[in-house]
Design a protein around this ligand. Structure first.
Ligand SMILES: Nc1ncnc2c1ncn2[C@@H]1O[C@H](COP(=O)(O)OP(=O)(O)OP(=O)(O)O)[C@@H](O)[C@H]1O
Ligand SMILES: [Mg+2]
Length: 157
């Protein structure tokens, strides 16, 4: 397997564990990166996004932004945490129409996107030199266990 395709799988046994894992991951993410969260309805994408926010020191409630598409949270030291939920958009054209690019790969910013499938390959084509897209896949094993797949260098093991 080539290094660029190597990934790690972590299994969590509760929502609290998923949130805690994401909280720890936040410190390992490069500045300006975009984290995409793939997974079915109820997989735990919003729980994971909340953990990332907590890891950045954000204490506000983090809930699904489904009806607003994007929620913006200021970070304690400056910069932003952007949480996008693209479930209700039809495709990349819709995303560009609402100004998606303003929320991607920005300095002092972490962006997390639920339902990135809606964008097709837009993220890869917009990726600036030196920027990073971090794909995360969450899969439900049963009511309480989830497998989280992410790039191996960020797994923290
Ligand atoms: N190990 C686990 N990790 C994350 N969530 C879990 C886990 N076990 C149970 N859950 C529950 O699964 C649900 C996940 O909900 P969440 O809103 O995060 O899903 P989602 O992937 O964002 O869904 P949607 O596509 O509707 O936005 C919560 O009710 C949470 O308590
Ligand atoms: Mg959600």
């Amino acid at each position: 397997m080539s290094p660029s395709s190597s990934h790690s799988d972590i299994t969590t046994a509760s929502a609290a564990e998923t949130e805690a894992f994401a909280r720890g991951l936040a410190a390992r993410l490069p500045d300006g990166c975009v984290v995409t969260l793939n997974g079915d309805l109820g997989a735990g994408k919003t729980v994971f996004a909340r953990g990332l926010a907590r890891g950045l020191g954000i204490t506000e409630p983090v809930t699904s932004p489904t009806f607003t598409i994007v929620q913006e949270y200021p970070r304690p030291g400056g910069g932003w945490f952007y949480h996008l939920d693209l479930y209700r958009i039809r495709g990349a054209d819709d995303a560009l129409a609402f100004g998606l690019e303003e929320f991607l790969f920005q300095p002092h910013t972490l962006t997390v996107i639920e339902w990135p499938e809606r964008l097709g390959d837009l993220l890869e084509t917009e990726l600036p030199a030196g920027a990073r897209h971090v794909p995360v896949q969450i899969t439900a094993l049963d009511d309480t266990r989830r497998t989280i797949r992410l790039p191996a260098d960020l797994a923290g093991m």
